[in-house]
Design a protein around this ligand. Structure first.
Ligand code: HEM
Length: 419
């Protein structure tokens, strides 16, 4: 029997290894304490917000609630290192950490590229990559770890292709990408099967390495622009000038990382949902026209991004409690995604759920996920390839989850499969 979680538990990566307990905490907080105080050791205190309507109201009022003050939860020690090195406690400066006109100007550099109109032309490329990964699953011969062997790699390959990273450099960028997320989880492996934490150089500054890597490519794409994300960022103009180096490196980093663990978690978690609900599996196999709704349900039900934070510029009142100017609020997206006032039977996985366009797993307001269309396109492409080819699939062991307070989903999902 595990101890009951508290708001402080949300600062402990290992908490997220047990999603049922976390959802139980969210549900208690929504009911009894929709704005809760957390004072975990080693972290500055923060507030925890869990109700759907409250989170939407905060996200939409970007004038009052800053994203860039304290964007994600970091240990005080790490904040101190960043402050000494970069002059602010967030460290990096991607879109998620910007506010106001500065954010809008940077977001507009890639907004059209990530729009449906542009991305539709990559549908055949993504379908080809999906086929490659389902082939790989078939080649594994009857048993595989769907998360670690398949779901984890497919979105990486897609994003590397769309970024325009040369094929021979993919392994290097994949390794940098992996080191960036979930550093608390010691079991994460590279594609070659090494543990990430044991890869030489893991303690070096990953951002500096990203910067070194993308410098030459920036030069190249300024001279020879192509239809890829690197070219769009390298030639991006903000208020009439090229982007500053730190902003540009951060942009490359967010573009190459934000769509990786997140999409993988939804693809892996979606299969777990289907395996645990055979009726839903049958429904989807019988009508792949439901894939659009199902992809949204995969993302709502898995809600891989566990939080972002916002900081009010003035004192604000929530449910009779004052949050002082400068005190950060953690927005718990997975909680909002199961808020019973919006999602009846929110714990249930329903491939044809109709209320899904409103889910908050992609956030809301001016920072709404830029890669939403790409992520759902990938999920649909993967399952459009997998489902018709499956003869039988079943769980072959207990799934495990990544230990991270920020992006977490399945780490392993053993399955037995026949094609
Ligand atoms: C922002 C979730 C896939 C790129 C965000 C935010 C969330 C999120 C919660 C913050 C929204 C907010 O503050 O309101 C997800 C999930 C994904 C996913 C759950 C997959 C299932 C992707 C993909 C890409 C991407 C595929 C692109 C390759 C971005 C970027 C931002 C962002 C650039 C920053 C937007 C801004 O601050 O203006 N995402 N994301 N995401 N996402 Fe995603």
């Amino acid at each position: 029997m595990t101890d009951l979680l508290t708001p402080e538990s949300l600062a402990r990566p290992s908490t997220f290894a047990n999603p049922d307990a976390v959802y139980d905490l969210y549900s208690r907080l929504r009911r009894e304490s929709p704005l809760a105080r957390a004072e975990p050791r080693g972290y500055r205190p923060f507030w925890v917000m869990t109700r759907y309507e409250d989170i939407v109201a905060v996200e939409r009022n970007a004038e009052l609630y800053a994203a860039g003050e304290r964007t994600v939860l970091l240990p005080e020690k790490v904040e101190a290192i960043y402050e000494a090195k970069y002059g602010d406690r967030n460290g990096v400066k991607p879109l998620t950490h910007m506010d106001g006109a500065y954010h809008r100007a940077h977001r507009s550099v890639t907004m059209d590229w990530f729009g449906a109109k542009n991305l539709r032309k990559f549908e055949p490329t993504i379908a080809t990559i999906a086929k490659e990964f389902v082939d790989r699953m078939e080649d594994l011969g009857g048993e595989c770890d769907f998360s670690a062997d398949v779901a984890y790699w497919f979105p990486l390959r897609v994003v590397m292709t769309l970024m325009g990273v040369p094929k021979e450099d993919e392994a290097h960028v994949l390794r940098l990408t992996q080191r960036l997320f979930s550093p608390a989880d010691k079991d994460l492996k590279t594609q070659a099967g090494e543990k990430v934490a044991s890869v030489p150089g893991v303690s070096r500054d990953v951002f500096a390495e990203f910067g070194d890597y993308y410098r030459d490519l920036t030069e190249d794409r300024r001279k020879n622009p192509r239809d890829d994300i690197i070219s769009t960022i390298a030639n991006g103009v903000v208020n009439g000038c090229p982007m500053a180096e730190r902003e540009m490196t951060s942009y490359y980093v967010i573009a190459s990382t934000a769509g990786h663990d997140t999409t993988a978690a939804s693809i892996g978690g979606g299969l777990l949902g289907l395996l645990q609900s055979p009726d839903e599996m049958e429904k989807l196999r019988a009508d792949t026209g439901l894939l659009g709704l199902a992809a949204e349900e995969f993302v709502r039900w898995t809600a891989p991004v566990k939080h972002f934070m916002r900081t009010p510029k003035e004192d604000v009142d929530w449910h009779g409690t004052t949050v002082k100017a400068g005190e950060a609020i953690m927005l718990c997206y997975p909680s909002a995604c199961r808020d019973e006032t919006i999602f009846p039977d929110g714990d249930k996985f329903l491939v044809d759920r109709k209320s899904n366009p409103a889910h908050l797993a992609f956030g809301n307001g001016p920072h709404f996920c830029l890669g939403k269309f790409l992520a759902t396109m990938e999920i649909k492409a993967f399952y459009a390839e997998l489902l018709p080819r499956l003869k039988h699939i079943e769980l072959a062991g207990d799934p495990t989850y990544i230990e991270s307070t920020f992006v977490s989903g399945l780490k392993t999902l053993p399955v037995r499969v026949r094609f």
